[in-house]
Design a protein around this ligand. Structure first.
Ligand SMILES: Cc1ncc(COP(=O)(O)O)c(C=O)c1O
Length: 366
């Protein structure tokens, strides 16, 4: 056996996650002093002050392993969400939890249904455990088609990923569609509702996945501290699921999967509800401002309940490159006719709008 034959051959078709360009790379290329990285759906501000103070205080204690059970953070989440601690698990970003859930339920040959385009990690974890991906196209207005997803479920389906709001389109499905879906989804399927952008949502028909969690039915809701709480660099996410699933996840995860600084920062981030509300409001205002620019330029975009906006373009490569030259990094999807731009501070929005206008003038349209 040669050296490389030691590597599982079924890993061959998998593709490593490709991170977007870093601001420093673009600064060099564009010669611009100010470069906006609006490609990874991060929050433009740092963590809340309470969290920063708590993190500074814990730095002197990092000789110790973290609390492997995340006891304090789990209790706090339990109080705030009204869910028993036995149904909560904290992970190294919600990304880790998506992988572990796949590991817990999937056997080779099983099917996993998910919307497409959606979060790149769903096909990755599906392939990792030898399952078959069943991608369901979005509706004409870039939303999840829950009826089509239901129709895609077969006796071989074990897992369905719902992304609400959806990344990259920012769209949500409403309560009525979700309830129709839940009423018909067969019991041999685990429904994972990925709510990474939950805290940004303002739409009144949005179904909070937790409202449908009763500790019995096979539903998992995943959330993260990476987005509105600005802790992307620390990797803290969590999930709510029936207690038996928490026990299974605990068997699979690393013993100390969530670092001490992350646990402390997440705990104190939950104390500042006023700041979360302020961020949600500001994000919404900036989004509306950005919409008005797209309207003026005649650009079609999806109505977003997140901190990013998905817009359509017939020349994605040119627009992506031209925005880079203006110092604005957005997310591209290869040759797919759309791009995704993140919402930053009010100042960032002004710069983004100026860049979009310059690019539209230079290319004739977007
Ligand atoms: C829809 C969705 N789910 C999950 C994640 C993972 O977030 P994290 O691992 O930082 O918690 C992301 C990150 O961008 C996302 O967009």
């Amino acid at each position: 056996m040669s050296r490389d034959e030691l590597i599982r051959p079924d890993l061959e078709p998998l593709v490593a996650y490709a991170p977007g360009l870093r601001a420093s790379q673009v600064r060099e290329r564009s010669g611009k002093d100010v470069v906006l990285k609006l490609s990874s759906n991060e929050h433009p501000c740092g963590p809340v002050p309470l969290a920063v103070t708590a993190m500074e205080a814990v730095l002197h204690r990092l000789n110790r392993y973290p609390d492997g059970a995340c006891v304090a953070l789990t209790r706090k989440l339990s109080e705030q969400l009204g869910v028993p601690v036995e149904s909560i698990v904290v992970t190294n970003g919600s990304n880790e939890l998506l992988r572990i859930l796949a590991q817990v339920v999937l056997r080779p040959g099983d099917e996993v249904v998910f919307p497409w385009p959606s979060f790149i990690v769903y096909p990755m974890v599906t392939a990792l455990f030898g399952a078959t991906a069943v991608r369901v196209s979005l509706t004409a207005d870039d939303g999840l088609d829950l009826d089509a997803m239901l129709a895609a479920i077969t006796p071989a389906t074990r897992l369905v990923f719902l992304c609400n709001p959806n990344n990259p389109t920012g769209t949500i499905y409403g309560r009525e569609a979700f309830e129709r879906f839940l009423a018909s989804v067969p019991p041999h399927v685990l429904v994972c509702v990925d709510e990474a952008y939950f805290e940004f949502v303002t739409h009144e028909s949005y179904p909070d996945g937790l409202a449908y969690f009763d500790g019995e039915r096979p539903i998992v809701v995943t959330r993260t501290f990476s987005k509105i709480y600005s802790l992307a660099g620390l990797r803290v996410g969590y999930g709510i699921m029936p207690a038996s699933f928490v026990q299974a996840v605990n068997k699979v995860r690393e013993p100390f999967n969530v670092n001490t600084v992350g646990q402390i920062a997440a705990y104190y981030s939950l104390e500042d509800e006023a700041e979360v509300a302020r961020r949600r409001k500001e994000n919404q205002e900036q989004k509306v401002y950005l919409y008005s620019c797209f309207d003026r330029l005649g650009v079609k975009y999806a109505l977003s309940e997140t901190n990013f906006v998905y817009f359509h373009t017939k020349k994605p490569v040119e627009v992506f490159e031209a925005l880079l030259e203006e110092g604005v990094i957005v997310r591209d999807f290869g040759n797919a006719p759309a791009l995704r731009v993140g919402i930053g501070t009010p100042e960032d929005t002004q710069l983004t709008i100026a860049a979009l206008q310059t690019v539209a003038a230079r290319l004739g349209s977007i």
